[in-house]
Design a protein around this ligand. Sequence first.
Ligand code: ZN
Length: 121
Amino acid sequence: MDLIRFDDVYKDYNETPFLCPITSLNMNGSYPFVVNWECGCVFSEKALQELKPETCHGCGGNIDKANIIQLNPEGELLKEYEAKVAEELLAKKAKKSAAKADIVEGPSVNPEIEKGNIFLQ
Ligand SMILES: [Zn+2]
């Protein structure tokens, strides 16, 4: 069985139509698809609802409902995800500042420097 990884699907999204490996549903926007965040396998939400798998459809690995993320979420679900991400970022930051009190920011580039508003002294 060919495994289609989320990475490949993402890159070739416009050229390679993706079919759910379980239900053969087409990923054309008509059906919700989900990704198993733990391994990157993608399948239709329908497959998940109908089969209620104990292992991942794609790779036979672990599957945890908490790690099933819907692709292209809209409305309430999108807001839910955004809140979750913000929460995780805060948690990471808290962890970081607890470990090294003098480091405030991660490795991200200061946007002011990118805009050219800060001159090196
Ligand atoms: Zn998998």
